[in-house]
Design a binder for this molecule. Structure first.
Ligand code: FE
Ligand code: CA
Length: 529
């Protein structure tokens, strides 16, 4: 445990205010050494590129998995100043900005530095310093100026990285693709402890977190993984969450286990805060308050594309027809067993996010309008043993009225090239999004691409492959592979590769391309390339 006062006492120096920037400015003068461990053990990250800057992240954690709840990451005491530098080159020689950032004690000594004043549309390199300690050098990207012509962009999508289920070779291969951006679509951590299926490594505390110290240590453990840490250090991120950042299949205040909602909201607040503390999120835009966190947002990249990043968990109505044992979370219902499925008062995004999204999409002038979110949007009819058709209640299939409303907006507002990106379902899918899924003649109004899991166990392949005959809008499905998606965007088309690793239990797993799908400008629906 290193408190600020201890740190200064042990290093034998007394400095007023933020000492680290002073050290950084006086090159050649070594600052105080950090006793007890590398404060930058969790690495660095960048996110939310804007035309004039981005957010830079780190968290001081000399003892990252500290079991003392009073000293998260081995830190105690108040806010701490540290230095930062931003350069135009990898070697950090052409420094264009340096200054001081604050590691906030209230947020586990994490740093969320909003950098401005940079040139649009180019890479930068950065590092933090504290005393004699230096962070790894990270790479970050600024977005092109609004509306400026952009010829191409490469982004990758990751979701569902269960630490216990496998090694993060997917993250290593993803970083090696050199994407301009990585999108995390949820289930970045898993809260539960695996008890039934094979594991290759264990969550460090071997207990499901319900408190802030527990969630903090879960994130810290994931960030100690060198493949994930290197990915964050080399690629700027846009992030959203799904359920496992809090609890499996939760919806707003509703726990799958029927916990008292007031009690569950305390747990959710802890989980949301830990998420914020570990993600490169803009504090002026996203900051935990009163147990909630307004995560959804819009990110433009010149005239080429605009990302609408959604929050599919915080505002949704409770799962349909939950009031049966084991039905607090996702389960399969038919229209007959659960008329509530189509209750127009139920809502997936919540009214505020829903109208924000409709307004964003309607006024966008981008060539591609990418909706990045957590769960499967396409209808999935599941043929049950008795011949009836069921729907999974935890994804958009549990909220068909909200889905229809969004697709109607895309259709009516003539939103240009709507492309939905999804995770959660641990399998690759390429889908036509139909205006009305219940009418086979209905037009396709958008495309959906679903990435598989980084490591999380796949769906039973044979069972789901058996559903495809009832879902002609599904153009591709495969649940047998772990991996990610990488998309190359030009004004003419988006070309997406479904990237699969050979074996999640092998830290040196090889990579191959399972399939390629192309969406052409002006032609909704992914086509096999
Ligand atoms: Fe998952
Ligand atoms: Ca999920």
């Amino acid at each position: 445990m290193v408190g600020r006062r201890d740190f200064l006492r042990m290093s034998g120096v007394i400095l007023a205010g933020a000492f680290a920037p002073a050290c950084a400015r006086q090159s050649g003068v070594l600052g105080p050494l950090w006793p007890g461990g590398d404060p930058f053990s969790l690495g660095v990250a960048s996110g939310e590129p804007a035309p004039d800057g981005f957010v830079l992240w780190t968290r001081l954690a000399p003892d990252p998995l500290s079991k003392d709840p009073g000293s998260p990451g081995g830190m105690s005491g108040g806010d701490l100043g540290l230095g930062y530098e931003i350069a135009r080159d990898e070697g950090m020689r052409d420094v264009v900005q340096r200054g001081s950032a604050t590691a906030e004690a209230a947020f586990a000594h994490s740093v969320h530095l909003e950098v401005t004043g940079l040139e649009p549309g180019r890479p930068y390199w950065y590092r933090f310093t504290s005393g004699a300690a230096q962070s790894p050098i990270g790479r970050a990207l600024t977005a092109p100026a609004p509306g400026a012509p952009l010829a191409k962009l490469r982004f990758a999508c990751a979701s569902c990285s269960n630490y216990e289920a496998g090694y993060f070779a997917s993250y290593r291969h993803l970083a090696a693709e050199n994407p301009d951006l990585v999108l995390f679509l949820g289930d970045y951590i898993y809260e539960y402890i695996e008890t039934k299926r094979p594991t290759v490594r264990k969550h460090s505390d071997d207990v499901e977190p319900t408190t802030l110290p527990g969630y903090r240590n879960r994130y810290a453990q994931y960030r100690l993984d060198s493949d994930l840490q290197n990915l964050h250090g080399s690629v700027s991120a846009l992030v959203t969450w799904d359920d496992h950042e809090v609890q499996n299949d939760y919806a707003d205040r509703w726990s799958q286990d029927f916990d008292d909602p007031e009690h569950f909201l305390q747990r959710r607040a802890a989980a949301y805060q830990a998420f914020y503390e570990h993600m490169p999120l803009r504090p002026s835009r996203v900051r935990p308050r009163s147990g909630s966190l307004d995560l959804y947002g819009r990110f433009g990249f010149g005239d080429l594309l605009e990302f609408s990043v959604l929050d599919g968990r915080q505002y949704r109505s409770r799962e349909a027809c939950y009031a049966k044992p084991d039905h607090g979370g996702g389960h399969v219902e038919t229209d007959a067993s659960c008329p509530e499925l189509r209750d127009p008062h139920r809502n997936y995004l919540g009214p505020a996010q829903e109208s924000w999204l409709a307004a964003s999409l309607s006024k966008s002038r981008a060539r591609w309008n990418v909706i990045a979110q957590d769960v499967l949007m396409a209808q999935l009819r599941e043929r049950l043993p008795d011949g009836k058709i069921g729907f999974w209640t935890d994804d958009w299939n549990g909220y068909p009225v909200s889905r229809r409303k969004l697709l109607q907006t895309i259709h009516d507002q003539r939103v240009q090239n709507a492309l939905v990106l999804s995770g959660d379902i641990h399998s690759f899918w390429a889908n036509d999004l139909k205006l009305d899924f219940d009418d086979p003649r209905s037009p396709t109004v958008a495309s959906e691409l679903v990435g598989t899991s980084i490591t999380s166990y796949g769906l039973p392949y044979d069972r789901f492959a058996g559903y495809l005959a009832d879902n002609p809008h599904v153009r591709f499905f495969d649940s047998r592979w772990r991996g990610y998606m990488v998309s190359d965007v030009t004004p003419e088309r988006v070309t997406t590769r479904f990237q699969a690793i050979s074996n999640p239990q092998d830290p040196n797993a090889a990579l191959s391309t399972l399939a390629t799908f192309v969406v052409e400008d002006g032609k909704p629906g992914p086509v096999r390339g």
